[in-house]
Design a protein around this ligand. Structure first.
Ligand code: HPA
Length: 276
């Protein structure tokens, strides 16, 4: 698999470059479950279904297939994934993260990721926004960088000193303040899913993390390996307080992410405007 990964990335990137000649994205954007509205704000120059891009995974789970949206957001050139991949859908982490590598090959310097997450920190509230300061990947049992390393993609043993760019975090905090949007900061712990966690697991996880979710970590590991500056933002869709746990109500979860979406969209737009 490692043999040829670079060729696959280049082939995908070439296909996209041919479809949108001269387009060099500054930032890649990956949007979380129920948080796709930002993609609609992009003045698209091209929309490419994943099924047309060589080696892109194609979502078989979602009813509508995923697509890449290339265009301008607040005057900045962006490439956004409408529809992302999760390990629990049956993709390997290498497949889940392939689009990040293609974004980098196309020239992206920044990666902005949103996700729906459970709130572990009792101070947080459903529909709240959390800027991710750091993550814990140890429970995933896998890593997208396992296998032969191609030094052209990044170092064999990348450090994780700053997977979430402090510069972008500072921009995000200031933007939130100026827009009067309440945000918290916290640590995201990645879990494989697809089941939600047990009470005992939440009790353990809340000792060292503030939010929990089933995405983002593999993309951030690959993005950090590639030297991208990354911003991660969680929207809390449900609170995970072990002693007050209620049955998961998917309607309530979707309602909570829908409630947060306008704030998140405004914040992300303001952040991208302010990136130097
Ligand atoms: N656990 C894991 N992932 C999640 C949760 C949760 O409680 N809520 C939303 N995504």
């Amino acid at each position: 698999m490692e043999k040829g990964l670079m060729e696959k990335i280049n082939e995908s990137a070439e296909m996209i470059k041919t479809a949108v000649p001269g387009f060099v994205p500054e930032a890649g954007i990956i949007l979380g479950t129920g948080l796709g509205a930002l993609a609609k704000e992009i003045r698209a120059v091209k929309v490419i279904p994943y099924s047309q891009i060589p080696y892109f995974p194609v979502s078989t789970v979602e009813t509508h297939s995923g697509q890449l949206v290339l265009g301008e957001l607040e005057g900045r050139k962006v490439i956004a994934m409408q529809g992302r991949f999760h390990r629990y859908e049956g993709y390997t982490f290498q497949e889940v993260t392939f689009p990040v590598r293609v974004m980098k090959a196309l020239g992206a310097k920044y990666l902005m990721i949103s996700n729906a997450a459970g709130g572990l920190n009792p101070k947080f509230k459903a529909s709240g926004i959390v800027l991710i300061e750091d993550h814990i990947s140890l429970f995933l049992g896998d890593n997208p960088l396992i296998g032969m390393n191609d030094n052209k993609l990044g170092p064999r043993w990348p450090d994780m000193l700053e997977p979430y760019s402090r510069e972008l975090l500072a921009i995000a905090e200031k933007a939130a303040k100026d827009l009067n949007i309440e945000v918290n900061k916290g640590v995201y712990v990645g879990v494989p899913g697809p089941n939600f966690e047990t009470r005992a697991e939440y009790r353990m996880l809340n000792k060292f993390a503030d939010v929990v979710g089933m995405s983002t970590v593999p993309e951030v590991i690959v993005g950090a390996h590639a030297g991208l500056k990354i911003l991660g933002v969680s929207v809390i869709t449900d609170m995970c307080l072990p002693d007050e746990l209620e049955p998961t109500d998917i309607k309530q979860i979707l309602k909570n992410s829908a409630d947060a979406e306008p704030k998140l969209t405004a914040l992300m737009k303001e952040i991208i405007k302010r990136i130097k």
